[in-house]
Write a protein that binds this ligand. Structure first.
Ligand code: HEC
Length: 123
């Protein structure tokens, strides 16, 4: 009996962490429209207040030509993997000190997972 309870607890734990890592791109698109789109376009070469986020997953930080990045972002050497994006989007100015993205971040892990899943489709 005991063993079975432990197994169920492990399974529940595994399922919830898998859900957090595995975002939904359609929901993420809506989160993006609500929270990022004022400052970011997703088309190649279209910079607004922030740089274009086309193909951002897997690219080096501060690598969009013709965008005037802050020194803080230029000094950031962490490639934008899903993990790096998750940490950045939770608290942009806490993650990369001195960055000029005046956005408080997405506190909800599922919002971040969904937005990252959406960003992954932009290629
Ligand atoms: C108020 C405007 C604003 C909002 C809102 C905003 N950003 Fe940004 N973002 C910026 C600016 C400005 C930069 C460049 C920062 C720098 O150079 O210090 C940036 C940089 C970035 C970068 C690094 C890009 C690169 O080329 O290295 C990513 C990734 C990013 N933003 C994602 C997002 C996402 C996803 C959202 C929504 C959840 C978001 N941003 C919301 C303004 C914004």
């Amino acid at each position: 009996m005991m063993g079975r309870k432990i197994l169920l607890a492990l399974l529940a734990c595994f399922l919830s962490s898998a859900a957090a890592a595995d975002g939904d791109a359609a929901t993420g698109k809506a989160v993006f429209a609500r929270t990022c789109q004022n400052c970011h376009a997703v088309e190649i070469g279209v910079n607004k207040v922030g740089p274009s986020l086309w193909n951002v997953v897997g690219r080096a930080p501060a690598s969009v030509p013709d965008f005037a990045y802050s020194d803080a972002m230029k000094a950031n050497k962490d490639v934008w993997t899903a993990t790096a994006l998750d940490a950045y989007l939770a608290d942009p100015r806490g993650d990369v000190h001195g960055v000029r993205m005046f956005f408080k971040g997405l506190p909800e892990p599922s919002d971040r997972a969904d937005v990252i899943a959406y960003l992954q489709t932009l290629r």
